[in-house]
Design a protein around this ligand. Structure first.
Ligand code: GLA
Length: 385
């Protein structure tokens, strides 16, 4: 009997955003060290995931995937063992097509063989991409198949379907057995990319919750334009985001129940980015065991100014005030709009999750000034007189 995975959104680190194909044994081991030493594991980031470009370009004579011996001279089991010794879980990557997105062998028609190989190495998480899929094959069928293959190994392997939001994935993904599903194109280290992904899932929310979470892609917090991936780095013309924008990105991904998978080089992470990524009050909104979706309140019919409200398991509410416009804005919340009556004397007590302090009991409304591309986020407790 295997245990139920993804009771709350998975948290971890993934090599792709920053390191692209520049991955190797030393990088993974030193990142594992940093995840522990810098407090990321303690904050909840438990999966260390190697993305695309880890194998040789072809399978061996037995049809097995082979870790590139130049990148991983001791093989993948040795990497997994090191990661496990640190108290972390180990994640890998494959693809439902004949080739991966980076043009390495995909798992199509090798699903059960690959799943058994991953299990023998001690893999705990599989990111499963959607490139180079024969036209005759639906991703629904192929995700079902890999889910079956992983389950048949008898090992608890979290199945992260990287589906990009096509073919109405939100309608069928849960039934494939996948634990997370990418619902957007790849994130980039820019505010435009963050805004585009956030708006798509706020304006068209996909089902997300215990056992199967909507994945808005990795976090770019702390990258500061330093990635080696031409699509996410300064080399590709992406200069990173402001501190305010990274903060808004992190709060949005947390409130919308996305997996929190760090994409920066945490070995060299700035104090500012580390403090944000390990903010326990924001993480608590994401890891809340009821895993409820947010609802959105808009004002002045202005799509750039909105409030997200997320019911939490202890009767509190996560309340985020967001401003996507180019100037500072007073973003209003009228308490009637979250269900309160006011004439009965109820109040809303607010705890600021970014400043870590209670700001007192509010009556009728709260209208903070929110900087451009910024946010304010609170845990709210309703006090009924
Ligand atoms: C796709 C995925 C990315 C990454 C790359 C690897 O683009 O969406 O997250 O895994 O493939 O090639």
């Amino acid at each position: 009997m295997t245990k139920q995975l993804a009771n709350v959104p998975p948290m971890g680190w993934n090599s792709w955003n920053t390191f692209y194909n520049h991955i190797n044994d030393e990088l993974i081991r030193s990142t594992a060290d940093a995840m522990v030493e810098k407090g990321f594991l303690e904050a909840g980031y438990e999966y260390l995931i190697i993305d695309d470009c880890w194998s040789l370009r072809e399978r061996d004579e037995n049809g097995n995937l082979v870790p590139d011996p130049e990148k991983f001279p001791y093989g993948m089991k040795a990497v997994a063992d090191y990661v496990h010794e640190k108290g972390l879980k180990f994640g890998m990557y494959s693809c439902c097509g004949v080739r991966t997105c980076g043009d390495y062998p995909g798992s199509f028609e090798h699903e059960f063989q690959d799943a058994a190989l991953f299990a023998s190495w001690g893999v705990d998480y599989l990111k499963y991409d959607n490139c180079h899929r024969p036209n005759s094959q639906t991703s629904e069928m192929l995700y079902r198949r890999m889910s079956m293959a992983l389950r048949s190994t008898g090992r608890d392997i979290l199945f992260a379907a990287c589906q990009w939001g096509t073919e109405n994935v939100q309608q069928w993904i849960r039934s494939t057995g996948a634990h997370t599903f990418r619902s957007t194109i790849d994130v980039q280290d820019s505010w435009n990319s963050i805004e585009m992904i956030a708006r798509s899932r706020i304006d068209d929310p996909y089902p997300t919750g215990n056992g199967c979470f909507n994945d808005m892609d990795m976090l770019v917090v702390g990258m500061n334009g330093q990635g080696l991936n031409p699509e996410t780095s300064i080399l590709g013309g992406i200069s990173g985001c402001t501190a305010e924008e990274y903060q808004t990105h992190f709060v949005l991904w947390a409130m919308l129940n996305s997996p929190l998978i760090i994409g920066c080089d945490i070995r060299n992470v700035s104090e500012e980015a580390k403090n944000l990524l390990t903010n326990k009050d924001i993480i608590a909104l994401n890891q809340d065991t009821e895993c409820r979706s947010c609802y959105k309140l808009t004002s002045y019919a202005n799509p750039d100014i909105f409030v997200l409200v997320k019911p939490l398991s202890n009767n509190d509410y996560g309340i985020g005030f967001f401003n996507f416009s180019d100037t500072a804005f007073h973003v209003p919340l009228y308490f009637w709009d979250i269900g309160m009556t006011v004439s009965e004397g109820s109040t809303l007590e607010l705890y600021d999750c970014l400043d870590h302090k209670w700001i007192g009991k509010k009556k009728e409304k709260y209208i903070p000034l929110v900087p451009s591309h910024g946010c304010k986020v609170f845990r709210g407790t309703v006090k009924v007189r």
